[in-house]
Ligand binder design. Sequence first.
Ligand SMILES: [Zn+2]
Ligand SMILES: [Zn+2]
Length: 245
Amino acid sequence: MRITFVGTGDAFGSGGRFNTCFHVAAKQTRFLIDCGASSMIALKRLQIDRNAIDTIFITHFHGDHFGGLPYFMLDAQFFSKRTAPLTIVGPVGLRKAFAQVMETAFAGSNSTVPKFDLQLIELQAGDSIQIGSVIVHHAQVHHGPVDGPFLAYRFEVDGKRLAYTGDTEWVDTLYDLCGNADILIAEAYFYEKRVRFHLDLVTLETHLPRLAPKRLILTHMNDDMLSRDLSGRYEKAEDGMTISL
Ligand SMILES: [Zn+2]
Ligand SMILES: [Zn+2]
């Protein structure tokens, strides 16, 4: 499996980074985890084949994780000339939020019927699903009073476990979902400042012995986190970085 960090930024362009989007190329499938507002630019910069992406998993409906879908959809319709089916998986409310984001970005676009098969799957609490060769587990996390639900994911593919916290303050459900992952991608928005609805590195650190990831990669960092030299201690995601496992 090869993971490409297409976008590793927050919502506010910290460090000049693109919004959240990870591309996973497994033996039998390729998928995105989140598709933030700037993801189409980032995907094109990395020359990633959009038509080869089978599935897009969405953690939540904030623009920096979800706002790239209208551009992805219109590109698929008019430029990449997609014919392959596309599945978008996300929290309950996905269908409504998808229609809204399409209409907000391009009025009338939601009533255009795509030239390819489009399936939207809303994950009910507790559902684990299999999509092709990928087993998908999720849990609800805490990232705000409105606009939820907010999800964290664990993907099991090619015999490996890839976990992603999404945006969230610490919740104990992350132990089960994200524990013992081959790769854990974790939000570390702040270094030590505790704020509601986001994870800071010092808090995350206290849970690492139990989470026990084989490899931890920090993402969604603010300018303070980005400016800190954590070399030798922690690995920070970078836009365009790829890892294989
Ligand atoms: Zn975010
Ligand atoms: Zn968010």
